[in-house]
Design a binder for this molecule. Structure first.
Ligand SMILES: [Zn+2]
Length: 218
């Protein structure tokens, strides 16, 4: 075998690995550091780090950083984030749109939790479709005792109304899908202040212009 120098593969000292992990963690402003964060911003490969110290969490420990698994994003946070982006885009987001500039959590956070993007979307649909007036799936009769529906529209209901209205203003037809400056609202058709219910048949999607131009802001 021919003798060759391969200086770029010179062994990296453990101190240099640790120092670089600390540098990236500091730059990201976190007390912890995720594998994928280091992968995108670190000087070395995270696999080198893991091999050297016998695992990512062991390396974090040596670097004086918090272990990653101690911080877990709840499913609900992931769904709310997905919902925000869906509404902002006016359509179903693609996995690659779950990028840093757009999204609080990356596509890989969804993969990590749900295995695939499609599985994440299916879980999201189940979350959105839980009926308003239910706890653990049981429907409670509404307004049977004369009490009113709440004025506020929950995140889930808001999303369902927008989805029903195809993320389009029901007055002018504009949608964030074709015009990113459009901001959609869900509004009572018969104002809540005049006895209108917070129910699917009394709610509609309007853009901010049409909503505030309506005069009857609630
Ligand atoms: Zn409009």
């Amino acid at each position: 075998m021919k003798f060759e120098l391969d200086l770029k593969n010179e062994p990296i000292s453990s101190e240099a690995l640790i120092a670089d992990m600390q540098r990236v963690a500091k730059a990201l402003g976190g007390a912890s550091l995720r594998y994928r964060e280091y992968k995108s911003q670190g000087k070395f490969s995270p696999n080198t780090v893991m091999r050297r110290f016998g695992g990512w969490n062991k390396a974090l420990e040596l670097a004086g950083l918090t272990k990653v698994h101690q911080y877990r994003i709840s499913d609900e946070e992931l769904f709310k984030n997905l919902e925000d982006i869906w509404i902002r885009l006016g359509r179903q987001p693609r996995r690659k749109e779950m990028s840093k500039s757009n999204s609080r959590y990356s596509g890989s956070a969804y993969d990590y939790r749900f295995k695939t993007w499609n599985a994440a979307l299916r879980a999201f649909a189940r979350y959105i479709n839980v009926p308003e007036n239910s706890t653990s799936g049981q429907v409670i009769p509404q307004e049977s005792d004369g009490t009113r529906s709440p004025r506020g529209v929950s995140d889930r209901l808001r999303f369902r109304i927008m989805k029903r209205d195809h993320f389009k203003c029901q007055k002018c037809g504009r949608s964030p899908a074709t015009d990113p400056t459009v901001i959609l609202h869900v509004d009572h058709m018969k104002p809540w202040s005049k006895g209108g219910k917070t129910s699917e048949d009394n709610l509609e999607t309007l853009c901010s212009k049409c909503n505030f131009g309506k005069g009857n802001t609630e």
